[in-house]
Design a protein around this ligand. Structure first.
Ligand code: SF4
Length: 227
């Protein structure tokens, strides 16, 4: 039998209280992402470079020792669905008894669809309104994948959070308004706007109050995350 491909790990956080709201979780950062968002929070993970993080067996061994101490494990990135070893890694993690969270930008929607039955919660990045997507991601046609991923996630009924990193240089007020309408019309409610932090560690502003009020008229449950 062909062995399962192993996960290319770029980093590991043994305990996080913020990456999966309401859960104590470890976070496995997976290498690789084909997009090039101007504000990327983990640019060092975008290229896949096999020697960067702990090995997946090392991570799994650590997780084995933390059974009973954590609620779940979040697979983040980079874009974790890029990795052909993700499905097997999730299955090994589930077998230990952990719930599974996934952070994704929806770059590979059909892979996401195959993984969804193994996942308990998804944090899906929505970069901006679909008409402006390429300007944020630096990749032509990126909105098509994100739109499909949103459809698949909402159709699955799996618990989720839709989140948008607000960089005022890349996401206009009108784009946020349009995105709020889109989320509402898709039937979703939970939307988080996250503060953007520059590569130099400087916090960018959150949307102004008047804009937030307009967004909350569409989605009263909108929340802010200051990072
Ligand atoms: S999708 Fe995420 S990991 Fe990929 S470039 Fe954008 S912010 Fe970075």
């Amino acid at each position: 039998m062909k062995p399962s491909p192993t996960l290319e790990v770029g980093g590991f956080t043994p305990l996080s209280t913020t990456d999966w709201p309401g859960r104590l979780a470890a976070v496995v950062f997976v290498q690789g992402c084909p997009w090039a968002c101007g504000y990327c929070h983990n640019p060092e993970l975008r290229p896949r470079c096999a020697s960067r993080g702990p090995s997946w067996p090392e991570v799994l061994e650590t997780l084995t020792r933390r059974v009973g101490l954590l609620d779940g494990v979040v697979f983040s990135g980079g874009e974790p669905t890029l990795d052909p070893g993700l499905g097997a890694a999730i299955e090994q993690t589930r077998t230990l008894g952990f719930q599974i969270g996934l952070h994704t930008a929806g770059i590979y929607p059909e892979r996401l669809a195959r993984l969804l039955p193994q996942i308990d919660w998804v944090g899906l990045d929505l970069k901006t309104e679909f008409g402006d997507y390429d300007e944020v991601t630096g990749r032509r046609g990126s909105a098509t994948a994100a739109r499909r991923a949103l459809e698949l996630l909402l159709a699955s009924g799996i618990a989720h959070e839709l989140r948008t990193t607000y960089d005022p240089a890349l996401v206009s007020d009108e784009a946020l308004r349009s995105l709020a309408r889109l989320i509402k019309s898709a039937g979703a409610r939970d939307w988080v706007i996250q503060r953007c932090r520059s590569a130099e560690g400087v916090d960018k502003p959150l949307p102004k109050e008047a804009l937030l009020q307009a967004l909350r008229r569409e989605l009263p449950e909108l929340s802010l995350r200051a990072v």
